[in-house]
Design a protein around this ligand. Sequence first.
Ligand code: C5P
Length: 202
Amino acid sequence: MTPFTIAIDGPAAAGKGTISKAVAAHFGFAHLDTGLLYRAVGARMLTGTEPVQAAQTLTAADLQSDQLRTPEVAQAASKVAVIPEVRAALIEFQRAFARRAGGAVLDGRDIGTVICPDAEAKLFVTASAQVRAERRFLELQAKDDTTTRAQVLADVIERDARDSERATAPLKPAADAVIIDTSDLSIEAAIQAAIAAVTPRM
Ligand code: C5P
């Protein structure tokens, strides 16, 4: 099959990850969570590696750690993600993944705008900050009962601002992206909306 790229962007905790996995499974495509690349660089920065150096020497093993899902690593990821040289070091890997035979779903912040501006299908998955913070709170609470709603909301707002206001590849919908607001959608309904937006382009 010729390459077919589905770009899925959006802010933290909008449901991108779950939707991307389900869309990839539905079409039999490979899936890359590009946030993991920035999280891996952020995690290496927290242990003392200079971020550009970390991005240039990233290996598959760096993407495996469970520790990449913590709030500390998420904040570190959004800090290293403002550095143009960090972003540049990660571009080729993402573009090669996007054009692999058999189709690919990439989710992130700048897939439809910068990494794959010619993607065959583009979605922008969003939800209100309150709804996203509540979802992230429930997820984190299961692992750590000291987490508070107020702290999670503050983290979401801080990360949104940093991701949207940076000069290089800021978070924003591509002009030709289909916007899916998941604030009032069940996860099943959001997945169906995503599949319905992509299917006519196949
Ligand atoms: O999606 P996730 O929450 O794992 O992303 C972590 C951080 O990595 C984001 O807050 C953002 O700063 C950065 N990121 C990015 N570009 C992407 C994916 C993630 O800048 N394509």
